[in-house]
Design a protein around this ligand. Structure first.
Ligand code: DON
Length: 343
């Protein structure tokens, strides 16, 4: 079909209507083939282990495996489990940071929290102490995707009371996912009962001036946002909305200013997979974010968003199968933005 049309002199837009072009163009069949190939290759892989420091996460079925790719034109390619919800966990950090950037501008996060990788684990307290040395110099070297920076970002969302702040946090998650999401109450309770380390982090961030409001409320709302239930399709739609510069390609709604998306992607690129972010970027070039619930989202700007849900994690806290499947699929579809001049 494409070969025939190549000889017809139609404007590009008209050609795209005829052959259902997306930014992936004629690769649409290739997209489904790549998703299927990754699913079949990794469905029996048993590496990694569910997170268990939040007791509810240890009980999630480790065999759960779903892959969804959504193009910026709204085409959806799937394999495996698309409907089972897991807790979004740290992937929520992207969208709460996005909410702060949307309402307070790109400098807000940079000035208060910083946009530098810590090179440390996601809940490192040593990283807080290291950054403390530069607080006041106007250049904090933290980021909103590790727990201390994320709890601080949650504290920056404005609202007259906790309900008003929560309304904005869940609101931006809903807009990116394209449907109303709900908190998984069992996960919220389990993490609330066991989050003493995050409470310590919240108290320290208050003591050191990153959090200027009620730190206990910030830790609670952060815990709640981490407990939002999402399936692989929700996560892929959220990633595709980032890939489409803030326009949800499924609902058509512009959920964030396009100009504010690149800074969000930049923090994902440098810190989205914690101390393994460099390794990830080296092999894929994709801004991404993981969560200890087993999800990873990755963004090929202008092309597609992809998400994989698979609970067993590696030592850095990143889903083993999700990393492998996303890397294979993106490489098959030439999704690496750093290699675009070679493709
Ligand atoms: O605060 C925590 O420890 C969890 N709610 C989220 C951590 C997380 O997802 C780290 N991700 N890979």
């Amino acid at each position: 079909m494409t070969r025939v049309l190549r000889h017809v002199s139609l404007p590009v837009a008209a050609l795209c209507v005829v052959v259902a072009c997306s930014p992936l163009g004629a690769q649409n069949d290739a997209a489904q083939a790549a998703v299927n190939a990754a699913f079949n290759k990794y469905k029996t892989l048993k590496e990694g282990k569910n997170a268990d420091y939040i007791p509810a996460l240890a009980k999630v079925d480790p065999n759960l495996f779903g892959i969804v790719l959504v193009t910026t034109a709204g085409k959806v390619y799937t394999a495996g489990d698309l409907t089972t919800e897991v807790s979004i966990q740290s992937i929520s950090k992207v969208f709460t940071m996005a909410q702060v950037i949307q309402e307070q501008g790109v400098e807000s996060i940079e000035k208060r929290i910083g946009v530098d990788a810590t090179g440390a684990r996601f809940n490192s307290i040593i990283a807080i102490e290291a950054v403390r040395n530069v607080v006041g110099s106007g250049a904090p070297e933290m980021n909103a995707l590790v727990n201390p920076g994320a709890i601080s970002a949650t504290s920056m969302v404005t609202g007259a009371n906790a309900d008003a702040v929560w309304g904005k946090i869940i609101g931006i998650h809903n807009d990116f996912a394209g449907r109303p999401l709900k908190v998984l109450q069992d996960v919220y309770k389990s993490e609330s009962d066991s989050n003493q380390r995050n409470q310590a982090i919240g108290a320290l961030m208050f003591a050191y001036g990153y959090i200027k409001t009620n730190w206990q409320q910030a830790v609670d709302l952060y815990t709640r946002q981490c407990s939002i239930g999402v399936n692989a399709k929700d996560l892929a739609t959220m990633a595709a909305t980032l890939a489409a510069m803030g326009r949800n390609p499924v609902t058509g709604k512009q959920v964030m200013d396009a100009a504010k998306i690149p800074p969000v992607l930049a923090v994902m690129a440098t810190a989205g997979l914690y101390d393994d972010s460099g390794k990830w970027l080296y092999h894929t070039g994709l801004p991404a974010k993981s969560g200890v619930g087993g999800g990873i989202i990755a963004v090929s700007p202008g092309k597609f968003g992809i998400a994989v849900v698979s609970p067993p994690l590696d030592d850095a806290g990143n889903s083993v199968r999700a990393q492998k499947a996303i890397a294979d699929i993106s490489n098959a579809l030439k999704g690496n933005p750093l290699a675009s001049a070679t493709q």
